[in-house]
Design a protein around this ligand. Structure first.
Ligand code: ZN
Ligand code: ZN
Length: 332
């Protein structure tokens, strides 16, 4: 049987359908799983993505003339191959790619998670013969708590600093993580949150999709002497240790990321607080997903794949690593 997906120097390629999934070099036809920078590159001739990720991708890459937006589950034919996109539970609009030919069904997971996230559609199990899965956190030490629990911890931190007259500057990825935190916090409080510009610009697509979040105020709209005592501010990791922070003094810093699970990560990076919150599958979610899809062949992408590959091989599955250029939850 010829493989439905192979890897070449441009990305994951489907020879039968003549298209790529999340290619990192310019190609003719690109199926894009989601809007994160290491998956959605500019320069392709034609784009295929979900309706929900289309506005975010175009906000980041500019208006794309040849873009086809698909509903979840809506099939599209590429020659003898049928393709459809299914919720991945990673960020708004994120998708797994299901590829079907007479030889069977392959699924490219893109980035995904199984823990509940009020800011996007929940992951859907797509049965397949071959699964290409991400393994950003493919080690048994990675075990996530529910987002709701993490939001409670963030709120408690906010409350402590509020009583002390300090601001809380919480660093998190601008696309996905920030909106998830705002959606989780909206279940616990109604206080407004201040936003760095990189995050503020990514709120409208979530609002347009009907995601309920806390009210937000861009920091850029406040005058220079505004007091942030007792307020929560969300900012991208790139703003850490930048002069932009001076206006919040006195303040504490926090970082919300799956990497905060690693002992000492918070201290090494110099944050006051670490909150373990990831938009990728943890170890048990990876195993659960592989089992539920019924796949008998598994390819792993995104680093940290050796342990998972060995684990699956020992259990009689055909598994190996693909050396893609996806970065996972980037270490800053
Ligand atoms: Zn991603
Ligand atoms: Zn990724």
């Amino acid at each position: 049987m010829t493989p439905l997906i192979i890897q070449d120097e441009k990305g994951l390629y489907c020879p039968a359908g003549d298209f790529y999934v999340d290619p990192w070099r310019p190609v003719e036809r690109a199926v894009i799983t989601h809007a994160h920078g290491d998956h959605a590159y500019s320069g392709h001739q034609a784009y295929f993505c979900t309706r929900l990720s289309s506005p975010i991708i175009q906000q980041r890459l500019g208006k794309l003339e040849r873009l086809k937006a698909l509903e979840y589950g809506e099939p599209i034919e590429f020659g003898p191959v049928r393709v459809s996109l299914h919720p991945a539970g990673h960020i708004l609009g994120s998708a797994q790619v299901r590829i079907e030919s007479k030889d069977g069904v392959w699924v490219v997971s893109g980035d995904y998670k199984r823990t509940f996230d009020p800011s996007c559609n929940p992951f859907e199990v797509v049965p397949c013969d071959t699964l290409i899965t991400e393994t950003t956190f493919g080690l048994p030490i990675y075990k996530w708590q529910p987002g709701e629990k993490v939001a409670q911890d963030i709120l408690a931190w906010w409350e402590t600093n509020r009583l002390a007259g300090k601001a809380c500057v919480l660093f998190c990825y601008a696309l996905g993580k920030a909106q998830r935190i705002l959606a989780e916090l909206a279940k616990l409080t109604d206080r407004p949150v201040y936003l760095h510009g990189a995050i503020a610009s990514l709120i409208p697509p979530y609002e347009a999709a009907g995601i309920r979040m806390l009210p937000t105020i861009p920091v850029s709209e406040m005058d220079k002497n505004h007091s942030y005592a007792g307020e929560l501010i969300l900012a991208p990791p790139s703003a850490f240790k930048s002069p932009w922070l001076r206006r919040f003094d006195p303040y504490e810093t926090g970082f919300a990321s799956g990497w905060m699970r690693v002992r000492g990560a918070k201290r090494r990076r110099g944050y006051d607080r670490g909150f373990v919150l990831s938009d990728h599958a943890d170890w048990s979610e990876l195993l659960q997903t592989i089992e539920e899809t019924g796949a008998h062949r598994v390819y792993a992408t995104h680093g940290n794949s050796d342990t998972l590959v060995r684990y699956l091989n020992e259990r009689g599955l055909e598994a190996s690593a693909l050396k893609t250029q996806y970065e996972g939850e980037q270490e800053e």
